[in-house]
Write a protein that binds this ligand. Structure first.
Ligand SMILES: C[S@@+](CC[C@H](N)C(=O)[O-])C[C@H]1O[C@@H](n2cnc3c(N)ncnc32)[C@H](O)[C@@H]1O
Length: 241
């Protein structure tokens, strides 16, 4: 079995405006199409909250340029109208065109530029404050950046600030690793190719995220493979629909 190994990814060492990083982010959109990430996320979100009684407050952590949820917003908008979406990332990558595109679907998107651990420190005190809570928190290709100590802290903050959490992360396994070495076939640049391999080594399997989730007895937790390359984790606070 592959042991989990977290190493800094090349793209994270580049500035937001570096053309190589910009190209790598476009590669990532192609990778998502190949991995059918949007369809997986959409199906899970529909199951999580089929028919909200009020406009939802949604937070995406490590949202990058915010483009991943656009296709989700287009499909979900009829059943999830007027969502207030916050796209958190340590880099300012969300442009006006993306915000305008969300607005076309009736969603209000705002970018929050900060390190997730600054957010986590602030969020940990939020559990008693209903107005500060998020209806849904999403992470995609994000949790794998962090070692177990940081993950435990981050998952603790997420659990304190929402009743519904969903994450899609790289699956750590031999078939995913083989696939990550072939990503050049999608036209990916060196940064994307290198990061794809690092991501699989830092990815998850079995119930690794479940083991780090706080107060697990109070939650319904699901963790499983989603196709060959993705690993899905869902947490719903008991008593939630
Ligand atoms: C692999 S990208 C995924 C982007 C997007 N979620 C997607 O799936 O297309 C990871 C993102 O996490 C952000 N990130 C990494 N470390 C972070 C941190 N400590 N705080 C906030 N964002 C971070 C990076 O800037 C990057 O945009």
């Amino acid at each position: 079995m592959l042991a989990r190994r977290v190493e800094a990814e090349l793209r994270d060492g580049l500035s937001a405006t570096d053309p190589v990083a910009e190209r790598s982010r476009r590669d990532l959109q192609r990778v998502h199409r190949f991995m059918r990430t949007r369809a997986r996320l959409l199906r899970t979100l529909r199951q999580l909250v089929p028919a909200p009684a009020k406009p939802l407050r949604v937070l995406e952590l490590g949202a990058g340029d915010g483009s991943l949820l656009l296709g989700v917003a287009r499909e979900l908008a009829p059943v999830w109208p007027a969502v207030e979406l916050t796209l958190l990332d340590r880099l300012a990558l969300v442009d006006g065109a993306t915000v305008a595109e969300y607005a076309r679907y009736g969603w209000t998107a705002r970018s929050s530029v900060m390190d997730v651990f600054d957010w986590a420190r602030a969020a940990t005190g939020f559990s008693a404050d209903a107005a500060s809570r998020w209806d849904v928190v999403i992470a995609n290709l994000f949790l794998h950046h962090f070692d177990d100590t940081h993950l435990a802290l981050l998952l603790g903050a997420i659990a304190a600030s929402t009743d519904e959490f969903v994450a899609f992360e790289p699956r750590r396994g031999w078939r995913a690793l083989a696939g990550s070495h072939l990503i050049g076939g999608l036209g990916a640049n060196t940064v994307t190719r290198t990061d794809a391999v690092l991501s699989v080594h830092a990815g998850f399997r079995d119930l690794e995220l479940t083991a780090l989730w706080p107060n697990a007895a109070a939650w319904r937790l699901q963790e499983h493979a989603s196709g060959t390359f993705s690993h899905c984790f869902r947490a719903t606070l008991d008593g939630t629909q």
